[in-house]
Design a protein around this ligand. Structure first.
Ligand SMILES: [Zn+2]
Length: 449
């Protein structure tokens, strides 16, 4: 398709080196360069967004799209619509909760088939290191997986196998040969089993029962094991969804000692706190669990100090029945928080009160997740040669999150009713609007990247 070159103009263009007035020049889906607003070359269609911020399209490196196989939970159509409405232009899909799990090349091919023509934003796939599939790791990398995910504990869902330490050690040489990162769900079972045994007869409608059942120690012991293995083997370790701030010191020392470790946390650990979660509110259930206020503030400190590299949603929806909201039992409900469409204003609201700015937002939610997923030369920044993925964001307007803002298959989320600052006005994927003023593009053209 032949289209006119475009210039996206604003007084607040967010680039890695700051927020400036600029015109972003786009040609055939890519940014050809930036220039002062008064020197746009002739022949460009100009879109002036005035004082609205232009962010790089956000990249979410931790999403459970659940298709193929569990499309009744979410799916490419609904997840990528929610993403577009939320200011995201690239999603990286986790290898579990879909069927088949993405632990073989055939499964990756099935996922590509399911995604075809059904994506409002671009996407990529993580492969799984699961059980004894070590031999499948390098073929998956050659087939296009961006890295690998494994669990040191039962993942909460039949099908995707956890790895024991022995299985992990057999897999690591293969992971290292791919040069790709290994993303790890860092909780060990033993501290959870010990804690749960003391909770016999406890009231599982109470959030505090659930929190007590998954102590900090489960994360801490897993992270210790991972750092030991990282030191021994030198693989690229990425700790997903860090919930306990007690691990920060250990992780910081390991990084200072030169271990190749990156760390992610999620909006729900930065926004909610255990003290504020009502009994029976299973929409807040996730693993590791949302911890207390003091812990939350320490996670913010770690973000500010760059001890945490990135924020990903861990968007993990399911059907309303699986959330067991009527009985409200935390032991029976599915664990997972849906947030793709609202993570940006939720995070921005927290950033405003914790001394972080728009460049931090772009680094934490676009640039670093893109780098993790081997997309750092194409996604995650506004700059020459990058895809023209742009999010037009009003950083000042306030709103209350409502169900109609969710766009997911099931409009349930613990964020409904939360007051936030900031609103996504439009999302451009490779220079074309996929979401604008509440409406989606008719023919979605998101692709695997
Ligand atoms: Zn996850």
């Amino acid at each position: 398709m032949d289209s006119m070159a475009q210039a996206f103009v604003s007084t607040r263009v967010v680039t890695p080196d700051g927020v400036h007035a600029a015109a972003i020049l786009e040609d055939e889906g890519r940014v050809s360069g930036l220039c002062p607003t008064d020197s746009i070359p002739p022949g460009y269609q100009v879109y002036d967004f005035h004082d609205m911020a232009i962010l790089p399209g956000l990249v979410d490196s931790h999403v459970h799209i659940n298709e193929p196989g569990r499309t009744e939970w979410e799916g490419f159509w609904t997840a990528t619509r929610a993403a577009a409405a939320g200011g995201y232009t690239t999603l990286v899909d986790m290898p579990l909760n879909c069927l088949p799990e993405t632990t073989t090349v055939a499964a990756l091919e099935a996922k590509r088939e399911a995604a075809r023509g059904r994506c409002f934003v671009d996407w990529a796939a993580w492969g799984g290191v699961a059980g004894d599939n070590a031999e499948r790791i390098e073929p998956l990398a050659r087939a296009g997986a961006k890295g690998f995910k494994c669990f040191l504990i039962y993942p909460g869902c039949e099908g995707f196998e956890m790895v024991t330490r022995e299985q992990l050690e057999r897999a690591l040489p293969h992971v290292i040969r791919t040069g790709l990162p290994l993303l790890v769900h860092a909780e060990l079972a033993e501290p959870i089993e010990v804690a749960t045994a003391t909770l016999r007869g406890a009231d599982w409608r109470q959030y505090m029962t659930y929190l007590s059942s998954r102590p900090d120690e489960a994360e801490l012991s897993a992270i210790e094991l991972l750092l030991t293995l990282c030191d021994r083997y030198g693989f690229r370790l990425h700790v997903v969804h860090l919930a306990t701030a007690l691990a920060i010191d250990k992780l910081r020392s390991a990084r200072r000692a030169g271990l190749p470790v990156t760390i992610e946390t999620c909006p729900h650990y930065l926004h909610f706190a255990a003290e504020e979660i009502r009994d029976g509110s299973t929409l807040h259930k996730c693993a590791p669990p949302i911890r207390n206020r003091g812990n939350r503030e320490k996670l913010w400190e770690a973000l500010r100090d760059r001890d945490i590299d990135l924020v990903a949603t861990d968007h993990s929806p399911c059907t309303p029945e699986l959330k067991d909201q009527e009985k409200g039992r935390f032991d029976h409900a599915w664990g997972g928080v849906a947030s793709l469409s609202v993570a940006l204003p939720v995070m921005w609201s927290g950033m405003c009160t914790h001394g972080l700015g728009l460049t931090d937002l772009a680094r934490l939610m676009a640039e670093k997740p893109a780098e993790l997923a081997q997309l750092g030369s194409r996604k995650g920044r506004i700059g020459g040669g990058y895809d023209a993925d742009l999010t037009i964001f009003d950083p000042e307007v306030e709103a209350e999150i409502s169900r109609d803002m969710l766009h997911t298959r099931h409009r349930i989320s613990p964020y409904v009713g939360v007051r936030v600052q900031g609103k996504v006005l439009a999302t451009f994927l490779r220079g074309r609007a996929v979401f604008r003023e509440g409406k989606f593009v008719d023919a979605p053209f998101g692709a695997e990247v």
